[in-house]
Write a protein that binds this ligand. Structure first.
Ligand code: SAM
Length: 261
C-alpha cells in the first residue's frame, strides 16, 4: 500500500463538511484559520462567507492544487507551513480555528494553539475519537489523564459530532470526533504556580495503577504521616491520580508550592 505522509485522510462526505462549518458558528468579520486544508472540502464552505480565511498546509503539492482551485478568492490566504511549529500570532489578533487535524500531530497542534490562546476565540477541530474521549473525560473514567487535566485547565470542552471512518478517503483505521475547545479567560481552577501544578499532575499519572503516595514521592517530606492513610493537603494519598478533580490537583499543588523551601 502507498505510504501517505502527513496523516492525509481526506473527508469525502460534503454534508459532514457543511455541518462542521455550521457548528463552528462563525460570526461576520471573524478571522478563520484552517489547518491542513488538504483538497479543500472544508475550505470551499468556509470561503462561502466573506470572512478572511488563512489556511496552513504542509504539503507543497496540495498547496499548488488549492491555489488553482481557489484562485481569485481575495479573502483567502494560503501559507505552506508546518502547523506544529507555526507562529500563530501572525494570523491576527483574534481568530477561530476550524480543522480536520492530521491525526499524527493533532494533540501537538492543539497544545501549540493553547500557547497562543490569547489569539484563539475557539477551535472546532476533528481528532481521533480516542483522543476526544480523553479531552472530555471526568475523574474516575479510564480515559482521564494528564492530557484531560491540561486541556480542561485551559479550555471549555464540548463534544459536537461523531464521524465514522467511512466518511474519509482513504478510510483511516479509527473513527473521529468533532470537538469545540474554547480557551478560558482565566484557568478553570485557581493555581498559585502553573509549573508546580503540571509537575504534580504529570507525576500523579506517571504510573496510573499506583497510589498517589508512590507517584508523589518527590514531595514526601510534606506528607502528613500522622494520619492513616497518609494525607497531603487533606487529600488521601491511597487514592489514584485518576480519581482527582482539577480542584483536588489545585489544592495539592498550591500546598506543595507554599510549603516548599
Ligand atoms: N481538511 C482536509 C479534509 O478534511 O479532507 C484534509 C484533512 S487531512 C486529515 C490533514 C491535512 O493536514 C492534510 O492535508 C495534510 O497534508 C495536512 N498536514 C499534515 N501535517 C501538517 C502539518 N504539520 N502542518 C500543516 N498541515 C499538515
Amino acid at each position: 500500500m502507498k505510504k501517505r505522509p502527513f496523516g492525509q485522510n481526506f473527508l469525502k462526505d460534503t454534508s459532514i463538511a457543511e455541518e462542521i462549518v455550521r457548528l463552528a458558528q462563525i460570526s461576520p468579520e471573524e478571522t478563520i484559520l484552517e489547518i491542513g486544508p488538504g483538497k479543500g472540502i472544508l475550505t470551499q464552505y468556509l470561503l462561502d462567507s466573506p470572512n478572511p480565511l488563512t489556511a496552513l498546509e504542509i504539503d507543497g503539492k496540495l498547496c499548488d492544487e488549492l491555489r488553482q482551485k481557489f484562485n481569485g478568492k481575495d479573502h483567502f490566504r494560503l501559507i505552506e507551513a508546518d502547523a506544529t511549529k507555526f507562529d500563530y500570532g501572525c494570523v491576527g489578533p483574534k481568530f477561530k480555528v476550524v480543522s480536520n487535524l492530521p491525526y499524527y500531530a493533532a494533540t501537538h497542534i492543539v497544545k501549540r494553539l493553547i500557547d497562543f490562546r490569547a489569539h484563539v476565540i475557539d477551535m472546532t477541530v476533528m481528532m481521533q475519537k480516542e483522543v476526544v474521549d480523553r479531552l472530555v473525560a471526568r475523574p474516575g473514567q479510564k480515559e482521564y489523564g494528564s492530557l484531560t487535566v491540561f486541556i480542561q485547565f485551559h479550555c471549555q470542552v464540548e463534544r459536537l459530532l461523531e464521524i465514522d471512518k467511512t466518511a474519509f478517503s482513504p478510510p483511516p483505521k479509527i473513527d473521529s470526533s468533532l470537538v469545540k475547545l474554547t480557551p478560558l479567560t482565566s484557568p478553570q481552577v485557581q493555581v498559585n504556580d502553573q509549573k508546580t501544578f503540571f509537575k504534580v499532575v504529570n507525576a500523579a499519572f506517571l504510573h496510573k495503577r499506583k497510589m498517589l503516595k508512590n507517584n508523589l514521592k518527590d514531595w514526601q517530606d510534606q506528607f502528613q504521616l500522622e494520619s492513616d492513610p497518609v494525607h497531603l493537603a487533606g487529600i488521601d494519598l491511597s487514592r489514584r491520580g485518576e480519581t482527582l478533580s482539577l480542584e483536588d490537583f489545585a489544592t495539592l499543588s498550591n500546598f506543595i508550592h507554599t510549603h516548599h523551601d
